[in-house]
Design a protein around this ligand. Structure first.
Ligand SMILES: Cc1cc2nc3c(=O)[nH]c(=O)nc-3n(C[C@H](O)[C@H](O)[C@H](O)COP(=O)(O)O)c2cc1C
Length: 365
């Protein structure tokens, strides 16, 4: 029994395994490795200026002739980030961050951080010119007009939802497939707008996938907590046509995670993550560390601004290899990760394991 599903034809791939377009982590080497292994590599385009995005696309194209995708985040608050006068708590935020900066030898900061990049419309134009096979959307609804522009370029659009209502809105906008993002997922919770608290709308993959499968008529891709062949088969059993995988691909040789981050992924247990807005202003699942613990419930700035405020701390921590003060985005699947294979080996392993599971399920006793 093969793993091929109808979505493979839609996306032009061999196996129903998609690399999540992780910002800063899914670069050309990882994207090409996944696409070359028969899955769909998706380039992380968030937080990348338009010219750099163009360069990354060209580099990816140089490494694979297979289809690949590009991910952008389209939250409601990104096209028009909160203006400085509404960013009131900068002094409280700097007061929380300064002692942590001191721990790793960084200078203290006062006042507003640099404004967030407001270049999403320009990046959408780069995307449309790219010739990529797939546009992958997180945190928002691209809307019918942008979907139609993508389709006119022969590009498929897949967009992520954390609940049935958002999935229906995405279907109405004309996207080709919904990514159902369960609560186990690493990185940002893909809500269109920031919910009132961290626990709101955190529905696990096991419940969310069938709920969305039953609600929409287009294919569903499961995401969140899938790290091995059992997870891939479980996703297909729940009615998904493919699996989108982030955290497991983060722990591969080609990912953009620095060594100390990769070591943390291997060392951590499934209960070591938390959903918090302290790393970016939006809720996201990260590994608990000194940064998340010391920040606690202190005020955060709006999306974009908070990421800018913590940027020097995260970069400084990366530079000195200190995982205590980095943003360690990761999902609950870390408890099942104990090695750092190449991404190509990982795709082959996922397929092999999934086929074994399927064979065992259908074998006579
Ligand atoms: C390090 C990291 C960065 C991420 N960055 C993005 C991103 O830029 N855009 C996006 O749509 N999703 C992003 N995600 C979420 C993924 O799309 C996906 O929903 C998630 O990784 C699936 O759960 P898993 O991590 O358990 O596999 C990120 C996830 C991680 C772990």
């Amino acid at each position: 029994m093969g793993l091929r599903t109808p979505i493979c034809d839609l996306l032009g791939i061999e196996v129903p395994i998609l690399l999540a377009g992780m910002a800063g982590m899914a670069g050309p080497a990882l994207v090409a490795a996944v696409s070359n292994a028969g899955g769909l590599g998706i380039l992380g385009g968030h937080n990348v200026p338009p010219d750099e995005l163009r360069r990354l696309i060209a580099e990816t194209r140089g490494l694979t002739s297979r289809p690949f995708g590009i991910n952008l985040l389209l939250p409601e608050d990104l096209a028009a980030p909160a203006p400085p006068e509404e960013v009131q708590d900068a002094s409280a935020v700097q007061a929380i961050l300064n002692p942590m900066r001191a721990e790793i030898g960084l200078a203290a900061k006062e006042g507003l951080p640099n404004p967030p990049l407001a270049d999403i419309l320009e990046k959408v134009e780069v995307l449309l010119e790219s010739g990529a096979a797939v546009f992958s959307v997180g945190l928002g609804n691209p809307g019918p007009e942008l979907v139609a522009r993508c389709h006119a370029k022969g590009m498929r659009v897949i967009a992520m939802a954390t609940n049935k209502e958002d999935a229906l809105a995405l279907e109405a906008a004309g996207v080709d497939a919904i990514v159902a993002q369960g609560g186990e997922a690493g990185g940002h919770r893909s809500h269109f707008a920031k919910p009132t608290d961290a626990g709101f709308g955190v529905v696990g993959t096991f419940v969310l996938v069938p709920e969305i499968v039953d609600a929409v008529r287009i294919p569903v891709i499961a995401s969140g907590g899938i790290v091995d062949g059992r997870g891939v088969v479980a996703a297909l059993t729940l009615g998904a046509r493919a699996a989108m995988i982030g955290t497991r691909f983060l722990a591969t040789q080609e990912s953009g995670a620095v060594e100390v981050y990769k070591r943390a992924l291997v060392a951590a247990a499934s209960g070591d993550t938390t959903v918090t807005d302290v790393a970016s202003g939006r809720y996201a699942r990260v590994i608990r560390n000194a940064f998340t613990e010391r920040y606690g419930d202190a005020p955060v700035l709006p999306f974009g601004w908070q990421g800018s405020a913590v940027g020097d701390l995260f970069q400084g921590a990366r530079d000195v290899g200190d995982a205590d003060y980095m943003g360690l985005w990761a999902g609950q699947g870390i408890g099942l990760i104990d090695d750092l294979p190449s991404a190509g080996e990982l795709v082959a392993r996922l397929v092999r394991e999934a086929e074994d599971v399927l064979q065992r399920l259908t074998a006579s006793p």
